[in-house]
Design a protein around this ligand. Structure first.
Ligand SMILES: Cc1cc2nc3c(=O)[nH]c(=O)nc-3n(C[C@H](O)[C@H](O)[C@H](O)COP(=O)(O)OP(=O)(O)OC[C@H]3O[C@@H](n4cnc5c(N)ncnc54)[C@H](O)[C@@H]3O)c2cc1C
Length: 352
Protein backbone atom coordinates (compact mmCIF):
# COMPACT_ATOMS: atom_id res chain seq x y z
CA UNK A 1 0.00 0.00 0.00
CA UNK A 2 1.47 3.35 -1.05
CA UNK A 3 1.39 6.58 0.98
CA UNK A 4 1.07 8.98 -1.94
CA UNK A 5 -1.55 9.74 -4.58
CA UNK A 6 -1.30 11.32 -7.99
CA UNK A 7 -3.32 14.34 -6.84
CA UNK A 8 -3.70 15.89 -10.29
CA UNK A 9 -5.55 12.90 -11.64
CA UNK A 10 -9.32 12.65 -11.72
CA UNK A 11 -10.17 8.99 -11.18
CA UNK A 12 -13.12 7.16 -12.69
CA UNK A 13 -13.82 5.71 -9.25
CA UNK A 14 -12.51 6.38 -5.75
CA UNK A 15 -13.16 3.46 -3.42
CA UNK A 16 -13.25 4.47 0.25
CA UNK A 17 -12.35 1.45 2.40
CA UNK A 18 -10.08 -1.40 1.35
CA UNK A 19 -11.61 -4.46 3.04
CA UNK A 20 -13.15 -7.40 1.19
CA UNK A 21 -15.93 -5.27 -0.33
CA UNK A 22 -13.71 -2.38 -1.46
CA UNK A 23 -10.89 -4.50 -2.88
CA UNK A 24 -13.30 -6.76 -4.72
CA UNK A 25 -14.91 -3.67 -6.28
CA UNK A 26 -11.50 -2.21 -7.12
CA UNK A 27 -10.40 -5.46 -8.78
CA UNK A 28 -13.48 -5.62 -11.01
CA UNK A 29 -13.31 -1.92 -11.92
CA UNK A 30 -9.59 -2.09 -12.78
CA UNK A 31 -10.23 -5.14 -14.94
CA UNK A 32 -12.94 -3.05 -16.64
CA UNK A 33 -10.12 -0.61 -17.53
CA UNK A 34 -11.32 2.09 -15.14
CA UNK A 35 -8.88 4.28 -13.26
CA UNK A 36 -9.35 3.43 -9.58
CA UNK A 37 -8.00 4.80 -6.32
CA UNK A 38 -8.61 2.91 -3.06
CA UNK A 39 -8.22 4.95 0.14
CA UNK A 40 -7.98 2.59 3.10
CA UNK A 41 -7.47 3.25 6.80
CA UNK A 42 -6.29 -0.36 7.23
CA UNK A 43 -8.55 -1.58 10.09
CA UNK A 44 -10.81 -4.34 8.75
CA UNK A 45 -13.49 -5.49 11.16
CA UNK A 46 -12.19 -9.03 11.58
CA UNK A 47 -8.57 -7.97 12.24
CA UNK A 48 -8.69 -9.25 15.88
CA UNK A 49 -9.47 -12.79 14.62
CA UNK A 50 -6.59 -15.10 13.74
CA UNK A 51 -8.45 -16.76 10.87
CA UNK A 52 -11.33 -16.03 8.49
CA UNK A 53 -13.71 -18.92 7.89
CA UNK A 54 -16.27 -19.83 5.21
CA UNK A 55 -14.43 -18.04 2.38
CA UNK A 56 -14.60 -20.79 -0.23
CA UNK A 57 -11.17 -21.59 -1.61
CA UNK A 58 -9.38 -19.76 1.25
CA UNK A 59 -10.99 -21.43 4.32
CA UNK A 60 -9.11 -20.45 7.48
CA UNK A 61 -6.93 -17.79 5.84
CA UNK A 62 -5.61 -15.08 8.23
CA UNK A 63 -7.78 -11.97 7.54
CA UNK A 64 -4.86 -9.65 6.79
CA UNK A 65 -3.30 -12.20 4.43
CA UNK A 66 -6.53 -12.38 2.42
CA UNK A 67 -6.56 -8.59 2.07
CA UNK A 68 -2.85 -8.42 1.16
CA UNK A 69 -3.57 -10.89 -1.65
CA UNK A 70 -6.57 -8.80 -2.72
CA UNK A 71 -4.51 -5.61 -2.80
CA UNK A 72 -1.85 -7.28 -4.97
CA UNK A 73 -4.54 -8.60 -7.34
CA UNK A 74 -6.22 -5.19 -7.74
CA UNK A 75 -2.86 -3.38 -8.09
CA UNK A 76 -1.89 -5.92 -10.77
CA UNK A 77 -4.61 -4.43 -13.00
CA UNK A 78 -3.61 -0.83 -12.22
CA UNK A 79 -5.63 0.10 -9.12
CA UNK A 80 -3.82 2.59 -6.89
CA UNK A 81 -4.14 1.80 -3.20
CA UNK A 82 -3.15 4.31 -0.54
CA UNK A 83 -3.29 4.31 3.24
CA UNK A 84 -5.47 7.13 4.52
CA UNK A 85 -8.66 8.19 6.21
CA UNK A 86 -11.33 9.85 4.08
CA UNK A 87 -13.23 12.35 6.24
CA UNK A 88 -15.57 14.08 3.80
CA UNK A 89 -16.86 14.09 0.24
CA UNK A 90 -18.71 16.72 -1.76
CA UNK A 91 -20.49 16.84 -5.08
CA UNK A 92 -18.77 18.97 -7.71
CA UNK A 93 -20.86 21.44 -9.73
CA UNK A 94 -19.81 19.95 -13.10
CA UNK A 95 -20.45 16.37 -11.94
CA UNK A 96 -18.34 13.97 -9.93
CA UNK A 97 -17.03 14.20 -6.40
CA UNK A 98 -14.17 15.57 -4.33
CA UNK A 99 -12.93 13.35 -1.48
CA UNK A 100 -11.00 14.97 1.36
CA UNK A 101 -8.64 13.02 3.59
CA UNK A 102 -7.72 13.60 7.21
CA UNK A 103 -4.42 15.26 6.17
CA UNK A 104 -6.36 17.83 4.11
CA UNK A 105 -5.41 16.40 0.71
CA UNK A 106 -8.18 15.88 -1.84
CA UNK A 107 -8.85 13.82 -4.96
CA UNK A 108 -11.63 13.86 -7.53
CA UNK A 109 -13.66 11.02 -8.92
CA UNK A 110 -16.53 10.52 -11.34
CA UNK A 111 -18.12 7.93 -9.02
CA UNK A 112 -17.69 6.80 -5.39
CA UNK A 113 -17.81 3.30 -3.93
CA UNK A 114 -17.95 3.49 -0.13
CA UNK A 115 -17.06 0.26 1.71
CA UNK A 116 -16.09 1.55 5.14
CA UNK A 117 -17.64 -1.34 7.12
CA UNK A 118 -19.04 -1.03 10.63
CA UNK A 119 -17.97 -0.60 14.23
CA UNK A 120 -18.84 -3.37 16.71
CA UNK A 121 -19.91 -1.53 19.86
CA UNK A 122 -19.30 -4.02 22.65
CA UNK A 123 -21.14 -4.30 25.99
CA UNK A 124 -19.15 -2.41 28.66
CA UNK A 125 -18.14 -5.43 30.73
CA UNK A 126 -14.48 -5.58 31.82
CA UNK A 127 -12.61 -8.14 29.73
CA UNK A 128 -14.98 -8.09 26.74
CA UNK A 129 -13.07 -5.58 24.59
CA UNK A 130 -9.70 -7.12 25.54
CA UNK A 131 -10.74 -10.65 24.45
CA UNK A 132 -12.87 -9.57 21.41
CA UNK A 133 -12.34 -11.78 18.36
CA UNK A 134 -10.35 -14.35 20.32
CA UNK A 135 -12.62 -15.93 22.95
CA UNK A 136 -15.27 -13.19 23.10
CA UNK A 137 -17.31 -13.92 20.01
CA UNK A 138 -20.54 -13.04 18.22
CA UNK A 139 -20.80 -15.16 15.06
CA UNK A 140 -21.10 -18.97 15.29
CA UNK A 141 -20.32 -19.38 11.59
CA UNK A 142 -17.02 -17.52 12.16
CA UNK A 143 -15.98 -19.21 15.44
CA UNK A 144 -18.47 -22.00 16.34
CA UNK A 145 -16.36 -24.85 15.01
CA UNK A 146 -13.33 -23.67 16.99
CA UNK A 147 -15.26 -23.86 20.30
CA UNK A 148 -17.30 -26.96 19.54
CA UNK A 149 -18.05 -29.07 22.63
CA UNK A 150 -16.49 -26.38 24.89
CA UNK A 151 -18.27 -24.50 27.75
CA UNK A 152 -19.73 -21.34 26.16
CA UNK A 153 -21.50 -18.44 27.90
CA UNK A 154 -24.01 -16.09 26.28
CA UNK A 155 -23.97 -12.57 27.74
CA UNK A 156 -27.54 -11.32 27.42
CA UNK A 157 -27.72 -7.62 26.76
CA UNK A 158 -30.30 -7.28 24.02
CA UNK A 159 -33.21 -8.85 22.18
CA UNK A 160 -31.07 -11.52 20.48
CA UNK A 161 -29.94 -13.36 23.64
CA UNK A 162 -32.28 -16.38 23.53
CA UNK A 163 -31.84 -16.69 19.77
CA UNK A 164 -28.04 -16.69 20.26
CA UNK A 165 -28.22 -19.32 23.03
CA UNK A 166 -30.33 -21.68 20.91
CA UNK A 167 -28.08 -21.09 17.88
CA UNK A 168 -24.79 -21.73 19.69
CA UNK A 169 -26.30 -24.91 21.17
CA UNK A 170 -25.76 -26.38 17.70
CA UNK A 171 -21.99 -26.31 18.31
CA UNK A 172 -21.85 -27.33 21.98
CA UNK A 173 -24.18 -28.91 24.55
CA UNK A 174 -22.63 -26.78 27.34
CA UNK A 175 -24.28 -23.38 26.93
CA UNK A 176 -25.00 -21.04 29.88
CA UNK A 177 -27.14 -17.97 29.26
CA UNK A 178 -26.19 -15.10 31.62
CA UNK A 179 -29.29 -12.91 32.13
CA UNK A 180 -27.06 -9.94 33.02
CA UNK A 181 -29.02 -6.75 32.13
CA UNK A 182 -31.63 -8.31 29.79
CA UNK A 183 -35.31 -8.13 30.65
CA UNK A 184 -36.84 -11.45 31.73
CA UNK A 185 -37.52 -14.09 29.10
CA UNK A 186 -41.00 -15.31 28.20
CA UNK A 187 -42.39 -18.66 29.38
CA UNK A 188 -42.08 -19.97 25.85
CA UNK A 189 -38.40 -18.97 25.74
CA UNK A 190 -37.72 -20.62 29.13
CA UNK A 191 -39.36 -23.79 27.82
CA UNK A 192 -37.19 -23.75 24.66
CA UNK A 193 -34.02 -23.16 26.68
CA UNK A 194 -34.89 -25.98 29.10
CA UNK A 195 -35.71 -28.35 26.25
CA UNK A 196 -32.29 -27.67 24.73
CA UNK A 197 -30.50 -27.96 28.14
CA UNK A 198 -29.36 -24.32 28.14
CA UNK A 199 -28.67 -23.21 31.74
CA UNK A 200 -29.95 -19.74 32.65
CA UNK A 201 -27.75 -17.84 35.15
CA UNK A 202 -29.40 -14.92 36.98
CA UNK A 203 -27.51 -11.85 38.18
CA UNK A 204 -25.41 -9.13 36.62
CA UNK A 205 -22.02 -10.03 35.15
CA UNK A 206 -19.16 -8.04 36.74
CA UNK A 207 -16.23 -9.12 34.55
CA UNK A 208 -14.66 -11.88 32.52
CA UNK A 209 -11.98 -13.96 34.22
CA UNK A 210 -8.77 -14.32 32.26
CA UNK A 211 -5.90 -16.61 33.23
CA UNK A 212 -2.69 -16.09 31.29
CA UNK A 213 -3.88 -15.55 27.72
CA UNK A 214 -7.11 -17.54 28.07
CA UNK A 215 -10.65 -16.73 29.11
CA UNK A 216 -11.52 -19.05 31.99
CA UNK A 217 -14.81 -17.83 33.41
CA UNK A 218 -17.54 -15.27 33.98
CA UNK A 219 -17.59 -13.44 37.33
CA UNK A 220 -21.00 -12.36 38.64
CA UNK A 221 -21.52 -9.20 40.69
CA UNK A 222 -22.09 -11.43 43.74
CA UNK A 223 -18.56 -12.86 43.35
CA UNK A 224 -19.36 -16.33 41.97
CA UNK A 225 -17.29 -17.42 38.96
CA UNK A 226 -18.85 -19.73 36.38
CA UNK A 227 -16.13 -21.52 34.34
CA UNK A 228 -16.41 -20.74 30.58
CA UNK A 229 -13.92 -20.95 27.73
CA UNK A 230 -15.74 -18.58 25.37
CA UNK A 231 -18.35 -15.84 25.78
CA UNK A 232 -20.79 -14.72 23.14
CA UNK A 233 -21.93 -11.09 23.06
CA UNK A 234 -24.32 -9.06 20.90
CA UNK A 235 -22.45 -5.95 19.71
CA UNK A 236 -24.33 -2.98 18.36
CA UNK A 237 -23.44 -2.83 14.63
CA UNK A 238 -22.87 0.85 13.87
CA UNK A 239 -22.26 1.74 10.22
CA UNK A 240 -19.01 3.68 9.62
CA UNK A 241 -20.98 6.26 7.72
CA UNK A 242 -19.10 9.53 8.43
CA UNK A 243 -18.10 10.19 4.80
CA UNK A 244 -21.55 9.27 3.53
CA UNK A 245 -23.19 11.62 6.02
CA UNK A 246 -21.18 14.52 4.58
CA UNK A 247 -22.94 13.72 1.29
CA UNK A 248 -26.34 13.86 2.99
CA UNK A 249 -26.83 10.10 3.46
CA UNK A 250 -28.13 9.39 6.97
CA UNK A 251 -27.90 5.86 8.42
CA UNK A 252 -31.06 3.77 8.83
CA UNK A 253 -31.67 2.10 12.21
CA UNK A 254 -31.65 -1.70 12.24
CA UNK A 255 -34.22 -3.10 14.68
CA UNK A 256 -34.92 -6.50 16.20
CA UNK A 257 -38.13 -6.93 18.24
CA UNK A 258 -38.55 -3.16 18.31
CA UNK A 259 -35.05 -2.54 19.74
CA UNK A 260 -32.23 -0.79 17.87
CA UNK A 261 -29.34 -3.21 17.28
CA UNK A 262 -27.39 -1.27 14.68
CA UNK A 263 -27.41 0.97 11.63
CA UNK A 264 -26.69 0.76 7.91
CA UNK A 265 -26.81 2.89 4.78
CA UNK A 266 -29.81 2.01 2.64
CA UNK A 267 -29.15 1.12 -0.99
CA UNK A 268 -30.68 -0.80 -3.90
CA UNK A 269 -29.63 -4.47 -4.48
CA UNK A 270 -26.57 -3.33 -6.49
CA UNK A 271 -25.51 -0.83 -3.80
CA UNK A 272 -26.73 2.43 -5.39
CA UNK A 273 -27.63 4.96 -2.69
CA UNK A 274 -30.08 7.86 -2.81
CA UNK A 275 -27.22 10.12 -3.97
CA UNK A 276 -26.66 9.50 -7.69
CA UNK A 277 -23.07 8.43 -8.31
CA UNK A 278 -22.50 7.01 -4.81
CA UNK A 279 -22.54 3.25 -4.18
CA UNK A 280 -22.07 1.25 -0.95
CA UNK A 281 -21.14 -2.41 -0.37
CA UNK A 282 -20.24 -4.75 2.48
CA UNK A 283 -20.98 -4.17 6.15
CA UNK A 284 -21.68 -0.43 5.80
CA UNK A 285 -24.74 -1.42 3.76
CA UNK A 286 -25.54 -4.77 5.41
CA UNK A 287 -24.29 -5.53 8.96
CA UNK A 288 -25.03 -9.27 8.53
CA UNK A 289 -22.77 -9.70 5.49
CA UNK A 290 -19.75 -11.97 5.96
CA UNK A 291 -16.44 -11.73 4.09
CA UNK A 292 -17.47 -13.65 0.98
CA UNK A 293 -20.80 -11.79 0.84
CA UNK A 294 -19.05 -8.45 1.23
CA UNK A 295 -16.68 -9.32 -1.61
CA UNK A 296 -19.66 -10.33 -3.77
CA UNK A 297 -21.44 -7.04 -2.95
CA UNK A 298 -18.31 -5.10 -3.96
CA UNK A 299 -18.25 -6.89 -7.32
CA UNK A 300 -21.97 -6.24 -7.89
CA UNK A 301 -21.55 -2.53 -7.13
CA UNK A 302 -18.50 -2.35 -9.40
CA UNK A 303 -20.48 -3.76 -12.34
CA UNK A 304 -23.27 -1.25 -11.75
CA UNK A 305 -20.77 1.63 -11.53
CA UNK A 306 -19.05 0.55 -14.73
CA UNK A 307 -22.39 0.40 -16.56
CA UNK A 308 -23.31 3.84 -15.23
CA UNK A 309 -20.02 5.22 -16.61
CA UNK A 310 -20.56 3.43 -19.95
CA UNK A 311 -23.98 5.09 -20.16
CA UNK A 312 -22.51 8.53 -19.43
CA UNK A 313 -19.63 8.04 -21.91
CA UNK A 314 -22.11 6.98 -24.60
CA UNK A 315 -24.38 9.98 -23.96
CA UNK A 316 -21.42 12.34 -24.24
CA UNK A 317 -20.19 10.67 -27.43
CA UNK A 318 -23.64 11.01 -29.03
CA UNK A 319 -23.80 14.71 -28.04
CA UNK A 320 -20.35 15.33 -29.52
CA UNK A 321 -21.29 13.52 -32.74
CA UNK A 322 -24.47 15.58 -33.14
CA UNK A 323 -22.70 18.93 -32.61
CA UNK A 324 -21.85 20.41 -36.09
CA UNK A 325 -18.10 20.75 -36.62
CA UNK A 326 -16.83 24.38 -36.53
CA UNK A 327 -15.59 25.27 -40.07
CA UNK A 328 -11.81 25.71 -40.36
CA UNK A 329 -11.57 29.23 -41.92
CA UNK A 330 -7.75 29.30 -42.09
CA UNK A 331 -7.69 26.15 -44.24
CA UNK A 332 -10.41 27.57 -46.49
CA UNK A 333 -8.49 30.86 -46.95
CA UNK A 334 -5.28 28.99 -47.76
CA UNK A 335 -7.16 26.98 -50.38
CA UNK A 336 -8.57 30.18 -52.03
CA UNK A 337 -5.14 31.91 -52.12
CA UNK A 338 -3.53 28.83 -53.70
CA UNK A 339 -6.30 28.70 -56.30
CA UNK A 340 -5.76 32.36 -57.17
CA UNK A 341 -1.95 32.02 -57.50
CA UNK A 342 -2.28 28.92 -59.69
CA UNK A 343 -4.96 30.69 -61.75
CA UNK A 344 -2.69 33.73 -62.29
CA UNK A 345 0.19 31.45 -63.33
CA UNK A 346 -2.00 29.56 -65.79
CA UNK A 347 -3.24 32.87 -67.15
CA UNK A 348 0.41 34.09 -67.55
CA UNK A 349 1.42 30.91 -69.40
CA UNK A 350 -1.43 31.33 -71.87
CA UNK A 351 -0.33 34.89 -72.68
CA UNK A 352 3.28 33.84 -73.44
C1 LIG B 1 -14.08 -10.84 15.33
C2 LIG B 1 -14.70 -11.06 13.99
C3 LIG B 1 -14.45 -12.24 13.30
C4 LIG B 1 -15.03 -12.43 12.05
N1 LIG B 1 -14.78 -13.61 11.40
C5 LIG B 1 -15.31 -13.83 10.20
C6 LIG B 1 -15.09 -15.07 9.53
O1 LIG B 1 -14.41 -15.97 10.03
N2 LIG B 1 -15.67 -15.22 8.31
C7 LIG B 1 -16.44 -14.26 7.73
O2 LIG B 1 -16.90 -14.47 6.62
N3 LIG B 1 -16.68 -13.10 8.36
C8 LIG B 1 -16.13 -12.85 9.56
N4 LIG B 1 -16.37 -11.66 10.20
C9 LIG B 1 -17.15 -10.63 9.51
C10 LIG B 1 -16.21 -9.82 8.59
O3 LIG B 1 -15.29 -9.14 9.39
C11 LIG B 1 -16.98 -8.83 7.72
O4 LIG B 1 -17.98 -9.53 7.01
C12 LIG B 1 -16.07 -8.13 6.70
O5 LIG B 1 -14.95 -7.61 7.34
C13 LIG B 1 -16.84 -7.02 5.99
O6 LIG B 1 -16.02 -6.48 4.97
P1 LIG B 1 -16.11 -4.94 4.56
O7 LIG B 1 -15.19 -4.78 3.41
O8 LIG B 1 -17.51 -4.52 4.42
O9 LIG B 1 -15.55 -4.13 5.84
P2 LIG B 1 -14.14 -4.21 6.56
O10 LIG B 1 -13.50 -5.53 6.38
O11 LIG B 1 -14.37 -3.76 7.96
O12 LIG B 1 -13.25 -3.15 5.78
C14 LIG B 1 -13.52 -1.77 5.85
C15 LIG B 1 -12.21 -1.02 5.56
O13 LIG B 1 -12.51 0.36 5.38
C16 LIG B 1 -11.58 1.11 6.12
N5 LIG B 1 -12.19 2.42 6.44
C17 LIG B 1 -13.20 2.69 7.28
N6 LIG B 1 -13.52 3.99 7.26
C18 LIG B 1 -12.65 4.57 6.39
C19 LIG B 1 -12.46 5.90 5.93
N7 LIG B 1 -13.22 6.90 6.37
N8 LIG B 1 -11.46 6.15 5.02
C20 LIG B 1 -10.67 5.14 4.56
N9 LIG B 1 -10.82 3.84 4.96
C21 LIG B 1 -11.80 3.57 5.86
C22 LIG B 1 -11.29 0.28 7.35
O14 LIG B 1 -10.09 0.67 7.99
C23 LIG B 1 -11.23 -1.13 6.71
O15 LIG B 1 -9.93 -1.40 6.23
C24 LIG B 1 -15.85 -11.45 11.47
C25 LIG B 1 -16.11 -10.27 12.17
C26 LIG B 1 -15.56 -10.08 13.41
C27 LIG B 1 -15.86 -8.83 14.17
Amino acid sequence: MSDSIDRDQRYDVVVIGGGAAGLSGALALSRARRSVLVIDAGSPRNAPASHAHNYLGREGVPPLELLATGRAEAAGYGAEIVKGDAVAAEKLPGGGFRVVQEDGSAVEARRLLVTTGLVDELPPVPGVAERWGRDVLHCPYCHGWEVRNRPVGILAAGPMAVHQALLWRQWTDDVALFRHTASDFTDEEYEQLAARSVAVVDGEVAALEVTGDRLTGVRLAGGAVIPREAVVVQPRFTARSGVLETLGLAPTTMEVAGQAVGSYIAADPAGATEVPGVWVAGNVANPMEQVIGSAAAGLKAASAINMDLVTEDTRRAVEARRTPAVPDFSAEMERQVTERVLGDRRHGLQEM
